[in-house]
Design a protein around this ligand. Structure first.
Ligand code: GRF
Length: 196
C-alpha cells in the first residue's frame, strides 16, 4: 500500500468481535482500493485477548502492551501511544478496550479516537449497562459509536442502534442482541470517517 494509506489502529482487551467486524468489513468492502485505508495494527493490553489470533490470521500486525507492566496510567499510555504512532494512524478505534485513558492520551488523538459503548448514550455510561437497563425497566436498549473525550463515554455521537428489551431478557441475552447491532454500526461509522 502507498505511503499515503490511511491507517486504522484498533485497541482491544478481549474477544474483539467488533474489531473482527471492522476487519471483515474492510476486506469485503475493499477499503484498501476504495478508500486507501487499512487496518494496520491491533493492539491489546492483554496477552491472552482472543481477538489477537483473528487479527494475525488476517495478516494484521499485533502488539501487546501489558498495563500491569507499568506503574502509572501515564507510563502505560505513553508506551501505548508509541506503539500506536508507529503506524501514523488516521483513526484509532477502541473496541472493547477496557482501560481508562489519560487526558494527555485523549488530547494526543483528538478527532482521531472513537469508541463503541453498549448503551443508548447518554443513558448508562460506565459498566454493567445491560443489567442497569433491565433494572430501570427500559423498553429499549442499544449502542452508541462516539468520539472519545476526556470525560468517560461522552463525545460527539456518530451512530446509534436501538434494540427492544424483551420481557425475559437477562443481561446476557440483551448483550447478545445489542452486540449484533454493534457489529453493523461500528464498521459503518469507521468507513464513513475514513472515506470522508
Ligand atoms: C462491546 O459490547 C462493546 O460495546 C464494549 O465491550 C464489548 C466488547 O466486545 N465496549 P468485543 O471485544 O468487541 O467482542
Amino acid at each position: 500500500m502507498s505511503v499515503q494509506a490511511k491507517n486504522i489502529v484498533i485497541l482491544i482487551s478481549g474477544t474483539g468481535s467488533n474489531m473482527a467486524a471492522i476487519v471483515r468489513a474492510a476486506e469485503r468492502g475493499q477499503w484498501a482500493r476504495r478508500h486507501h485505508a487499512q487496518v494496520a495494527a491491533v493492539i491489546s493490553n492483554k496477552a491472552d485477548a482472543a481477538g489477537l489470533g483473528f487479527a494475525k490470521e488476517h495478516g494484521i500486525a499485533t502488539v501487546v502492551v501489558d498495563h500491569k507492566a507499568f506503574d502509572t496510567r501515564e507510563a502505560f499510555d505513553t508506551a501505548l501511544a508509541a506503539d500506536i504512532d508507529r503506524h501514523q494512524p488516521s483513526l484509532v478505534v477502541l473496541s472493547g478496550f477496557m482501560r481508562i485513558l489519560t487526558p494527555g492520551f485523549v488530547a494526543h488523538y483528538a478527532d482521531r479516537l472513537i469508541n463503541i459503548h453498549p448503551s443508548l448514550l447518554p443513558a448508562f455510561t460506565g459498566l454493567n449497562t445491560h443489567q442497569r437497563a433491565i433494572d430501570a425497566g427500559c423498553r429499549f436498549a442499544g449502542c452508541t459509536v462516539h468520539r472519545v473525550t476526556s470525560e468517560l463515554d461522552h463525545g460527539e455521537y456518530l451512530d446509534q442502534a436501538v434494540v427492544p428489551v424483551l420481557p425475559n431478557d437477562t443481561a446476557a441475552t440483551l448483550a447478545a442482541r445489542v452486540l449484533t447491532q454493534e457489529h453493523l454500526i461500528y464498521p459503518r461509522a469507521v468507513e464513513r470517517l475514513i472515506a470522508g
